[in-house]
Ligand binder design. Structure first.
Ligand code: IPM
Ligand code: MN
Length: 369
């Protein structure tokens, strides 16, 4: 029996949290596109609340019912969360906890952030065209410096510390994930080589030297993937000067957060940057951008990052369940996005156009027909 037949009846439950700011707009856009691509028989979107807005109403940023729904679902789709004014007494933002709690509670240890320049997007790197910038940053998502969130020490307002945490298990699994991801890809654009670049500051801190050493041990199981090292400061220059050299880059949580925004800058900005946060059992998909409250509710947001995160969600579900219908849908959405961008008539404001979020959405849906 073909896989298509085997999965003929299978539907997938998508826990959907639209969140704050532009979150609802980009989320609705993506749901519309995925419905258009998949018809009504493949995905069930279930809406759940969470984020800073919800916190101001009930005191919960991640309600229990939302967490349970995320656990039970086949995948999680998220818009964006966070509002600058909604903070804890220590000054940190509440909204981020939606994400941070899901990352740790669902053990979403690999944050996959593709850096891909699409045709029609006028990136800031003048000498590079689509097809030349196409690599992936894997950000370790459960340890590193951010593991100290809410656990740092503030002594009498005079001395403050946050600790960088790494475990052998945590580094090993994200390294293994990254090598395996390189194996699945077609290699660096420059030379077609499967390559994993370890981004760290192994020259300065023991934790980063450990990250590098453990990843190097894991490399023994992947002799077909070239191992490369780059310091986190230097890689910010390399990513601008030789983006075609990269295939997969793996980095500690905070470094991965920072360099993935830099990478996004090279392909049109955060509005073009999707992300998929994966564990062994769960996957959460959202744009790499924040909730942009300054443009919320104006139909001005760029939905491409979330739509492309939706593509990643379809690909991950397809792979996890061996369901070819989802592979096909993912390819169709990515090709529709590519054609809309290439046509140039429906570019959102942040990438130099004038199209509204709803117009971009309609254009992608038309391209899917
Ligand atoms: C990201 C964001 C997050 C982070 C927030 C939303 C928790 O900047 O996903 O990159 O700091 O990791
Ligand atoms: Mn970030």
């Amino acid at each position: 029996m073909s896989q298509e037949k085997a999965h003929g009846e299978r539907r997938y439950r998508i826990a959907t949290i639209d969140g704050d700011g532009i979150g609802p707009e980009v989320c609705q856009s993506t749901v519309a596109v995925l419905r258009e691509a998949c018809g009504s028989s493949l995905l069930d979107f279930e809406m759940h609340e969470g984020g800073a807005g919800r916190y101001t109403r009930t005191g919960e940023v991640l309600p229990r019912s939302t967490e349970d729904a995320c656990r039970a679902a086949d995948a999680i789709l998220h818009g964006a969360a966070g509002l600058p004014g909604v903070t804890y007494a220590d000054g940190t933002e509440v909204g981020n906890d939606l994400h941070l709690m899901l990352r740790s509670r669902l053990d979403l240890y690999a944050n996959v952030r593709p850096i891909k320049l699409y045709p029609g997007v006028n990136g800031p790197l003048k000498n590079w065209s689509p097809g030349q910038i196409d690599y992936v940053i894997v950000r370790e998502n459960t340890e590193g410096l951010y593991a100290s969130r809410g656990a740092g020490v503030n002594l009498r307002g005079e001395v403050v510390t946050d600790s960088l945490v790494m475990t052998r298990k945590g580094v090993e699994r994200v390294a293994r994930f990254s090598f395996a991801l390189s194996r699945q890809r077609r290699g660096a654009r420059r030379d077609g080589k499967h390559r994993l670049t370890v981004c760290d500051k192994a020259n300065i801190l023991r934790s980063y030297a450990f990250f590098r050493a453990v990843t190097t041990e894991v490399a023994g199981d992947f002799p077909d993937v070239e191992l490369d090292y780059a310091y986190a400061d230097a890689i910010t220059v390399h990513m601008l000067r030789k983006p075609d050299f990269y295939d997969v880059i793996v980095a500690e949580n905070m470094f991965g957060d920072i360099i993935s925004d830099l990478g996004a800058g090279t392909i049109g900005g955060l509005g073009m940057a999707p992300s998929g946060e994966l564990g062994d059992r769960h996957g959460l998909f959202q744009g790499a951008h924040g909730s942009a409250p300054d443009i919320a509710g104006q139909d001005a947001a760029n939905p491409f990052a979330t739509i492309l995160s939706g593509v990643m969600m379809l690909q991950w579900l397809a792979q996890t369940h061996g369901d070819d219908r989802l592979h096909k849908a993912a390819d169709r959405v990515e090709s529709a996005v590519t054609r809309v961008l290439e046509a140039g008539a429906w570019l959102p404001r942040d990438i130099g156009g004038t199209a509204r979020c709803s117009e971009v959405t309609q254009a992608v849906c038309r391209a899917l027909k």
